[in-house]
Design a protein around this ligand. Structure first.
Ligand SMILES: *[C@@H]1O[C@H](CO)[C@@H](O)[C@H](O)[C@H]1NC(C)=O
Ligand SMILES: *[C@@H]1O[C@H](CO)[C@@H](O)[C@H](O)[C@H]1NC(C)=O
Ligand SMILES: *[C@@H]1O[C@H](CO)[C@@H](O)[C@H](O)[C@H]1NC(C)=O
Ligand SMILES: *[C@@H]1O[C@H](CO)[C@@H](O)[C@H](O)[C@H]1NC(C)=O
Ligand SMILES: *[C@@H]1O[C@H](CO)[C@@H](O)[C@H](O)[C@H]1NC(C)=O
Ligand SMILES: *[C@@H]1O[C@H](CO)[C@@H](O)[C@H](O)[C@H]1NC(C)=O
Ligand SMILES: *[C@@H]1O[C@H](CO)[C@@H](O)[C@H](O)[C@H]1NC(C)=O
Ligand SMILES: *[C@@H]1O[C@H](CO)[C@@H](O)[C@H](O)[C@H]1NC(C)=O
Ligand SMILES: *[C@@H]1O[C@H](CO)[C@@H](O)[C@H](O)[C@H]1NC(C)=O
Ligand SMILES: *[C@@H]1O[C@H](CO)[C@@H](O)[C@H](O)[C@H]1NC(C)=O
Length: 528
């Protein structure tokens, strides 16, 4: 108002001194500046406000999108984007009291280290999230492991040095190096803090929430008959990888014994568990019924399960994927049974990735000839896959004189094979998996055949390409024949007898042949 008055005065009386005029002009400039500035500020404020609202909305959307996407399939999260304070506990007892069931005091404990992260994530997806089990605490010796779980809002506790218990630090002594002992320590501590524990390894799948069944089998509500321990029966011993331990004086004594064994010997926790069980008369033990709680030997080997759909287990409650060596082999077994839900790097869900499938339909009279033909077919498939940038979908293999169908696990050490070809193949039942997009599963079923100049065409539905001679087949030929195929799956009936494929790039060719040479190591039973 004052400024306007002065402005009016200024325009009305022109005969003022120049000094005064300068002042008025100055004020005018200030006024205009202020008006512009305030307008500008207003706009700017609005911009900022809108921007903030947008970011908040986006952040909210991102959060839900990320969390749902992550939880349903993929768990590769950008940890920075999600607040870290969720489920970060300052002590083990705080973690337990946060996670244990408030009514029953039962808590699921699952331990794994960073090497077991994909397996742990799969356990979470197949068994915990699927049945909406809330009273779970993941325990790890790795910070990174826990921060990845915390990033998807799953409770995880780093059980280590700093966990403010047992400061005299058995955890730093040499026997601590055997990380499996942590399972013993964390269970004992949970029991001492007053919780009942269902301990599960992460290479386990649930077919339903096992809690109620376990508590029934343990007579949890009957003080006369109640058990101290209920463990999965592992063919010839109780399994330290899946068991219920009721908080009781006897079970605490048992775990104290096991801790002593862990600290003073190199005996593993399963032997320590069975030793302690056998030596304690007062301990009431339930062996979980083997039809419902199965070890890997019973579920896979004895019940002839290799591929999804084999002999569905209607009575199963829990299955422990043990009795096989190596993480690679365990993961492969889960994948063939469609018990692998961890879609790391769009393992299943990619719509861009292309595949190559072929079969091993023939038994050549004896095992060694058959295996040789199947090995050369696999090398051919891997070479064509490399040339065309297609991922090989493994066929069924033929094994044993009875000409049974089996997986690659019966023939080759997968741990070694994966070192060269881990990212170049998929399990046989991949195209039956509902996690794979329909566009891929429903891709053209036209099958191709590679034959020499005289071989008969095996079936009329095949499109045949004939090669001359039998010395070698050049990359250029493969590219010419199949480079223009656009369907997601390039399918061959079989790849027997195809000559050696030679890559254009001599270095790459050398490299590929080197990989093939070292990748096929004959597997012993259970991949030992
Ligand atoms: C315990 O912490 C110390 C120092 O923080 C570290 O050097 C050591 O590796 C840790 N021990 C274990 C078993 O992680
Ligand atoms: C368990 O042990 C505690 C302390 O040693 C004792 O007070 C309690 O009576 C025991 N409980 C049973 C059921 O034996
Ligand atoms: C599965 O459970 C049903 C019903 O309880 C039972 O009749 C059947 O014998 C069980 N099958 C096996 C293999 O135990
Ligand atoms: C090969 O396929 C993968 C998976 O779809 C894709 O990410 C990659 O870009 C492809 N490479 C080339 C050279 O086309
Ligand atoms: C398997 O069959 C092939 C040819 O059919 C023969 O050369 C080879 O000796 C046989 N091997 C065994 C172990 O019988
Ligand atoms: C995919 O194929 C199946 C079986 O051939 C068919 O029933 C289904 O309709 C197809 N789905 C799409 C989306 O093409
Ligand atoms: C074609 O392959 C068959 C079976 O492998 C073989 O018996 C035949 O000799 C081959 N023909 C030529 C021309 O290489
Ligand atoms: C095979 O030989 C014939 C005649 O020499 C030639 O026309 C044809 O292109 C050759 N095919 C291949 C795949 O080399
Ligand atoms: C790709 O090219 C081959 C030979 O060059 C031809 O026979 C085939 O029909 C072509 N396939 C498609 C899908 O176009
Ligand atoms: C040939 O293959 C090697 C090994 O895979 C690779 O490093 C090199 O870049 C390739 N050369 C050409 C010209 O593509």
């Amino acid at each position: 108002m004052t400024i306007s008055k002065k402005m009016f005065a200024c325009t009305a009386q022109r005969k003022r001194t120049s000094r005064f005029r300068v002042i008025v002009l100055l004020l005018l400039v200030i006024l205009i500046y202020l008006m512009m500035y305030s307008g500008y500020m207003k706009n700017r404020n609005m911009h900022v406000k809108i921007a903030v609202m947008n970011t908040e909305a986006k952040a909210e959307v991102m959060k839900t999108v990320e969390v749902t996407a992550v939880i349903s399939v993929t768990a590769e999260v950008n940890a920075e984007k999600i607040p870290k304070q969720t489920f970060s506990f300052t002590s083990y007892s705080e973690a337990l009291s946060s996670q244990a069931d408030g009514e029953s005091n039962v808590v699921f404990l699952a331990f794994a280290d960073m090497g077991g992260f994909p397996m742990a994530m799969n356990f979470y997806l197949t068994s915990i999230q699927k049945y909406d089990i809330r009273n779970v605490l993941f325990v790890s010796s790795s910070e990174e492991f826990c921060s990845r779980f915390q990033a998807i809002q799953v409770a995880c506790f780093v059980y280590m040095n700093e966990s403010a218990h047992d400061k005299t630090s058995v955890y730093l002594s040499e026997d601590f190096i055997n990380k499996m002992n942590i399972r013993t320590y964390m269970i004992l501590e949970a029991l001492q803090l007053g919780y009942h524990v269902i301990h599960s390894d992460v290479d386990v799948v649930f077919f339903r929430d096992p809690t109620e069944r376990i508590l029934d089998l343990c007579y949890f509500k009957d003080p006369q008959k109640v058990c101290d321990v209920a463990a999965l029966w592992d063919f010839d011993a109780h399994n330290a990888g899946f068991l219920f331990i009721r908080k009781s004086n006897a079970s605490i004594s048992m775990y104290k014994k096991m801790k002593h064994t862990a600290k003073t010997t190199k005996i593993d926790d399963q032997m320590a568990l069975n030793g302690a069980m056998n030596s304690m008369k007062e301990l009431r033990i339930t062996s979980l019924p083997v039809e419902e709680f199965q070890c890997g030997l019973k579920y896979f080997d004895n019940s002839h399960r290799q591929f999804v759909g084999d002999n569905p287990c209607t009575n199963c409650t829990v299955m422990h994927n043990n009795w096989i060596v190596s993480m690679e082999a365990k993961i492969y077994r889960f994948k063939e049974m469609h018990m692998w839900l961890y879609d790391q790097d769009e393992y299943y869900s990619s719509t861009q990735r292309r595949y190559l499938a072929y079969q091993n339909p023939t038994y050549f009279g004896n095992d060694s000839t058959t295996l040789a033909a199947e090995r050369s077919s696999l090398v051919t498939a891997l070479a064509i896959g490399l040339i065309l940038n297609r991922t090989v979908i493994l066929p069924k293999f033929v094994c044993a004189k009875k000409a049974q169908q089996c997986t690659i696990l019966q023939h080759y050490l997968l741990k070694i094979f994966d070192q060269s070809f881990g990212s170049s193949y998929r399990e046989h039942t991949f195209l039956l998996n509902e996690l794979v997009p329909l566009t891929v599963r429903n891709s053209s079923r036209l099958t191709y055949a590679l034959r020499n100049t005289t071989e008969a065409i095996p079936s009329s539905s095949e499109k045949i390409f004939r090669y001359n001679g039998s010395q070698e087949l050049k990359q250029e030929m493969i590219e010419e024949w199949f480079g223009n195929v656009t369907s997601s799956v390039l399918e061959f009936a079989s790849l027997y007898n195809v000559p050696l494929i030679v890559l254009k790039n001599a270095t790459a060719d050398e490299e590929f042949k080197g990989k093939c040479e070292k990748s096929f190591v004959k597997a012993k039973l259970h991949q030992f």
